[in-house]
Design a protein around this ligand. Structure first.
Ligand SMILES: [Zn+2]
Ligand SMILES: [Zn+2]
Length: 167
């Protein structure tokens, strides 16, 4: 009986906190999502990991330097190594995705579905494009040479509209 009462009041208190929260709804949902994602990957939920994740969400395809800047402005102090560690552990567990088009530094994004990228040869602008097929690998080859293929990494290269105007 005592346990039941505590359980109920615990839930009520949680709902109350959520409603009074000053954090906007999408932000709150995002931190719940990432906390859940870290937990189900067996990772500790740390302020550093949360801040790194938020920085990746705020600027899709950001490079490590930019992520470091964003995280520093949020947390005050964080070592570069801690940012690297958070990025690589979350990448390994499929929470974020690392991409590295030829000639670019590594970039990180929250979107982990099978999608591709358009890169401008002139200004390096990079945007997402949906995969036409939707599932990896989205390209069929006539001879797989016995490999079990799980991904085709596709990067479309070209010149973006603003660079076309400039030339
Ligand atoms: Zn361009
Ligand atoms: Zn992307």
């Amino acid at each position: 009986m005592l346990v039941d009462t505590l359980g109920v009041s615990g839930r009520v208190a949680q709902t109350g906190r959520g409603k009074r929260s000053v954090v906007s709804q999408p932000d709150r949902e995002m931190s719940l999502d990432i906390e859940q994602a870290l937990k189900s990957a067996g990772l500790q939920v740390t302020a550093q990991r949360l801040a790194v994740y938020r920085a990746v969400v705020a600027a899709p395809h950001a490079v490590t330097d930019d992520i470091c800047q964003t995280v520093k402005s949020e947390l005050g102090v964080i070592s570069r190594q801690a940012v690297y560690d958070a990025l690589s552990v979350m990448t390994e567990h499929g929470i974020i995705r690392r991409i590295q088009p030829a000639g670019s530094s590594a970039r990180y994004e929250k979107r982990v579905d099978n999608h591709h990228h358009l890169v401008c040869r002139e200004c390096s602008a990079l945007i997402d494009v949906n995969c036409a097929i939707g599932e990896a690998p989205c390209l069929a080859i006539d001879d797989d040479h016995g490999y079990q293929i799980d991904e085709a990494e596709v990067t479309f290269w070209g010149v973006c509209p603003s660079c076309q105007k400039r030339s």
